[in-house]
Design a binder for this molecule. Sequence first.
Ligand code: NAG
Ligand code: NAG
Length: 360
Amino acid sequence: MSTEVNRIFFSFPSEILGTTLAVLPFGFIAWAYKAIRPPRPKICGSPDGPRITAPRIKLRDGRNLAYKEHGVPKDAAKNKIIYVHGFDACRHDAVAYKNLSPDVVKDLGIYIVSFDRPGYGESDPDPNLTAKSLALDIEELADKLGLGTKFYIAGFSLGGLAVWGCLKYIPERLAGAVLVAPPFNYWWPGFPRNLTNEVFYKQKLQDQWSLRVAHYTPWLTYWWNTQKWFPSSSLIAGSMDILSSHDLELLSNNKRSDRQSYVAQVRQQGLYGTVHSDLNVGFGNWEFTPLDLENPFPNNEGSVHLWQGVEDLLVPVETQRYIAEKLPWIHYHEIQDGGHLFPHANGMVDTIIKSLLLGK
Ligand SMILES: *[C@@H]1O[C@H](CO)[C@@H](O)[C@H](O)[C@H]1NC(C)=O
Ligand SMILES: *[C@@H]1O[C@H](CO)[C@@H](O)[C@H](O)[C@H]1NC(C)=O
């Protein structure tokens, strides 16, 4: 497994290297090669890697996926939810569980399992990561944990892309689905050009460039986001500018103090297999777009929900409205004064989860 990972992580388009070699002095090439090539990931459990502390399942291709269970015991559960975390986060960031009130957990018999997306925390990186591979990982997680034929799926922010993947590739396994502030891939076909342009150019210049790099030259993503000449992705840099005033208010009320105890685990295996591949995969070329999806519940045996804050500075509300208009089977909920972090507001997660489980 780890040789495979290394091979892919170190692979470098040889035609580009060839052309470059012909015209540039050797010292420059050696420097550029080093700057562009992502370092070898520090695989969990390998001799120079971090320790394994979480339970993990082994996937079809030998990769391990780490998970964490919350809520009522699996066997006593009435509702089983798989939760997919966002960008730069891990299995401990189970927003869907953390902010859920104990009464709701008990009354609805809720079991939630969160997992480290490939590369994050203690899950092995997946050099072939796609929306499809992630949907298949989720299906395997459900089967290895014995969650039964159907389960709910919930994704926050970039984790929402995995939910689109589940709706596309494993709809028959879903009891219901919820996407909270899922990002928009500006290269998804089928959206009006004027709309896509409008939302793309609303972003900060440095974020426009980070996304262009991830889309057109993913092999430069590592270099772009580690070089110091130009400002790179504000998301990776942890800039506060991408948060709305409501987000900042929620952050100051809710210190999320326990995050300090595990935040070092999030990127412990390296930047490339985590935040960089999130950009490359999230904003790369997709095999499908949300607009291609069909209603997985034509007889109302489940429901699909999309939640979005109007004042989200990270994910545009306009494109969610367009998706909701084209896919009328999606229950679309807009939070008027919500930013990107609105699920952290008091009672919000109770509302989101109840509407998912009760289909309203
Ligand atoms: C990734 O894809 C390549 C080419 O399709 C394949 O040979 C390899 O086994 C895959 N690696 C993993 C870890 O799945
Ligand atoms: C894009 O163009 C269409 C058709 O001309 C128009 O109805 C729509 O309002 C425009 N959208 C934006 C965001 O400008």
